[in-house]
Design a protein around this ligand. Sequence first.
Ligand code: GTA
Length: 150
Amino acid sequence: MASLFKDLAKISAYRDRRFPGTQEEFEDALLRSITVYVGNMSFYTTEEQVYELFSRAGEIKKIVMGLDKNSKTPWGFCFIMYYSRDDAEDSVKYISGTILDDRPIRVDFDWGFQEGRQWGRGRSGGQVRDEYRTDYDPGRGGYGKLVQRE
Ligand code: GTA
């Protein structure tokens, strides 16, 4: 395995509160996973654009676009499943931080896609962190949802 990702502290800052296992199992899943999560995407970015960029790291098995629970439309994140671990690692190493639709995207190892994980978990239907956002971000629906309600 590539040495960069032997250090668990570097592998992911994100912890999924809904992972059905121990911390050790979670870390083990991240080290073996062939799935990556992509965040900070524009709501307007399409699956075709994601495919085009991420297939540069290797052959893609499947893409699942993240959706708003209410509108069922793309909501700025997605999961990408590769066929090989090396390709998933390349995607985190080389594509994270690059620009897609004028935005720096974040690519993170993911423990594995399961049905239901494509939905935003925020009370508004979108992503949790978008609810707390206070800046105006035209690519992600304007102000954060809580600010919009004030
Ligand atoms: N692999 O970084 C990630 C990642 N993120 C951010 C979401 N997902 C991710 N997967 C990987 N890496 O399947 C996945 C989730 C889920 C789907 C949608 O995307 O596993 P979500 O973004 O709507 O919800 O998920 P998630 O991930 O559960 O929320 P998050 O960002 O961790 O927030 C958790 C807690 O932090 C909440 O209790 C919230 O109250 C609090 N919080 C988050 N952001 C803020 C903030 N800015 N201010 C205050 N509190 C905050």
